[in-house]
Design a binder for this molecule. Structure first.
Ligand code: UDP
Length: 342
């Protein structure tokens, strides 16, 4: 395996930061670009402590074409892992244009700079949301047509199409689209983790904030789904497994000729909201009081990945259990009750 110099966009964010640690551990040189619109600069010091290296950081938004061009003109990258983007589903309904402009333009700007400067490997953060509302469960990569029920999700669908089209006619560009299921957990050190600003939209950080006393009660959205306990089921995946999946995907596309690769990164099983609550209470020893309320608009009853393609091709699988996901989330939450310092 050859050592690569990798630009990680959104490298200060939740999944990006965990992937940076794994990339360095695998021997790669990492450069971060992050706008810090949704991440605290203090994460960088934590990453340097964890990796024992200096991490070059460029603080700008990739929608700035001139700065992106200048970065690629002055530094040589073998690959880009592109995490940067707006990601709150509910917010994307309120400010759709911001989502389309930000997520699409940053990708266009990156792609242009990559083509101009001979950077030929791109790993993109896609999402299980591209399977839409009627795909059969478990989700398989070949399913078409892609669709999504929020502007956020539609940016992922659109970017997948863009990357497929561009790589299809480009002599050298190779892309990997990684469709994430529900990333949770934190680095086992407890020094980096998910740090949502404001009220968390996602289940695990909300549960963690209830357990640590920052919020009073969890609202469980829907108790009448056609599932074993009536609450919705998702495929939770430890962010450490997810990070390992990025490194495996990058190394795979670097050493194979296939132009476009799509891999589900999930565990292949569903866990209900109430199972998450029970696992978190066990891991933390803290009560997580909840009320069952109405369904959240746009939510599906149950879905999970068929991860067999990633298993077979990458030799990768999600290894960590829901108990480990909760234990690691709790270690991070307890040590950093208010997230990263300013
Ligand atoms: N959920 C919940 N209460 C919350 C947040 C989420 O009951 O405060 C449920 C949500 O309805 C879904 C599951 O937890 O069934 C996972 O939600 P999340 O937003 O984390 O991920 P998504 O389902 O949007 O991928």
């Amino acid at each position: 395996m050859s050592v690569m110099r990798v630009l990680v966009s959104g490298g200060a964010g939740y999944i990006g930061s965990h992937t940076v640690v794994r990339l360095v551990a695998a021997g790669h040189d990492v450069v971060i670009v992050d706008s810090f619109a949704n991440a605290k600069p203090t994460v960088v010091g934590r990453l340097e402590a964890l990796t024992g290296t200096d991490l070059p950081v460029h603080a700008f938004d990739l929608t700035d074409k001139d700065k992106t061009e200048r970065l690629f003109a002055t530094e040589k990258f073998d690959a880009v892992i592109h995490f940067a983007g707006l990601k709150a589903v509910g917010e994307s309904v309120q400010i759709p244009l911001d989502y389309y402009v930000n997520n699409l333009e940053s990708t266009f700007s990156l792609l242009r700079a990559m083509r101009r400067h001979g950077c030929d490997l791109l790993v993109f953060s896609s999402s299980a949301t591209v399977y839409g509302e009627v795909a059969p469960v478990p989700y398989q990569e070949d399913y078409e047509p892609l669709s999504a029920s929020s502007p956020y999700g539609r940016t992922k669908v659109m970017i997948e199409h863009v990357l497929r089209d561009v790589a299809g006619i480009d002599e050298r560009l190779k892309v990997a689209m990684l469709r994430y299921f529900n990333p949770v957990g934190a680095h086992p050190s407890g020094t980096i983790g998910e740090d949502p600003q404001g009220i968390p939209n996602n289940l695990m950080p909300f549960v963690a904030q209830v357990a640590v006393g920052r919020r009073e009660r969890l609202q469980v959205f829907g108790g009448d789904y056609p599932t074993a306990d009536g609450t919705a089921e998702r495929d939770y995946i430890h962010v450490e497994d997810l990070a390992a999946g990025h490194v495996a995907a990058l190394q795979w596309i670097a050493s194979h000729d296939r132009k476009v690769s799509t891999w589900n990164l999930g565990g292949g099983r569903g866990t209900s909201v109430l199972q998450v609550v029970a696992a978190f209470e066990k891991a933390s020893g803290m009560p997580v009081p909840y009320d069952i309320v109405g369904r959240r608009e746009g939510d599906l009853a149950a879905y999970w990945a068929d991860p067999s393609r990633a298993n077979a091709e990458l030799g990768w699988r999600a290894e960590r259990t829901i108990d480990e996901m909760c234990a690691d989330t709790w270690r991070w939450q307890r040590a950093n009750p208010d997230g990263y310092p300013d």
